[in-house]
Design a protein around this ligand. Sequence first.
Ligand code: PEP
Ligand code: MN
Length: 343
Amino acid sequence: MIIVMQQNIDKQLTKAVEARIKELGYVPHIISGEKRDVVGAVGDERGKMVLQSIESMPGVEKVVPILKPYKLASLEVSPQPSRVELAPGVVIGGEEIIVMAGPCAVESEEQIIQTAHAVKRAGARVLRGGAFKPRTSPYSFQGMEEDGLKLLAAARAETGLPIITEVVNPRDVELVARYADIMQVGARNMQNFALLKMLGQLDKPILLKRGMSATIQEFLMSAEYILAEGNRRVVLCERGIRTFETATRNTLDISAVPVLKEQTHLPVVIDPSHATGHVSLVPSMSYAAVAAGCDGLIVEVHPHPEKAASDGPQSLRPAAFADMMIRLKAFVAAAQRTLPTVD
Ligand code: PEP
Ligand code: MN
């Protein structure tokens, strides 16, 4: 249910509503707007009609049901786009298009530090790099684990770039959270509900990737798992879905961007690297993503893609990434967005 408060009222009245929602066994989520507060009450769908009684409390304008199956992710509860702080001074969901870039996997100190400097120079605001890799084959490189996290932290210390890295297993949440600024949930884990619930309890932004066979509604329900635990800093990432087409690694569902924008206030990022699997296709899909209204990109960059332990064929060399960032500017301007200025 959504409890819509009257305009410009004493905040104490909203607090009283919050307390009453708790008494009734539901979880309140206050969204403070410029003029009025809205309180989302979420919990067991079966008895939710008891919340209707809140309509007679002072300061309450109306109580309305949330029609979508996802609640806190919906535009009904939060009609304004959310700005999510990824790190101090790095906000996604506002004017600026946030570009995250780096290798698929952390492989060595030299590799990650060199890449971090290069992507920063080209205008990336966040460094990506996997320390725990969810590989389709158990015989493939599984990542450097904590040693990889340490190298990411060293790259952050050198460049000042915040780091995003994937957590694969609920058992590793605490360890990864000790190093990461942003926690990534991979496509293969989109419906790992135990993992999502743990991430919902963290005070850190989460980048949730769409499962390769997940509908947009299922994607938003997974975001809801994180939001319902209290973590509001969720960013969605479309990374291509499975179709009959084999010319690309996946099929980039570019329409997911405007569809998501019609359904949710959460920022949307596109991953053109996993979506296409080919370095030659990454720039055009990045331009298309910006034109479609995304809030950010996450792009794989490797100094020596031919030697990469994973995803070399889709990893841009630093020079190609820098070139793409220059060409991206015109699309960013056309979309009335901004990119950071680089020297
Ligand atoms: C990755 O970002 O390196 C990754 C494994 O992506 P996805 O989960 O989208 O396959
Ligand atoms: Mn990868």
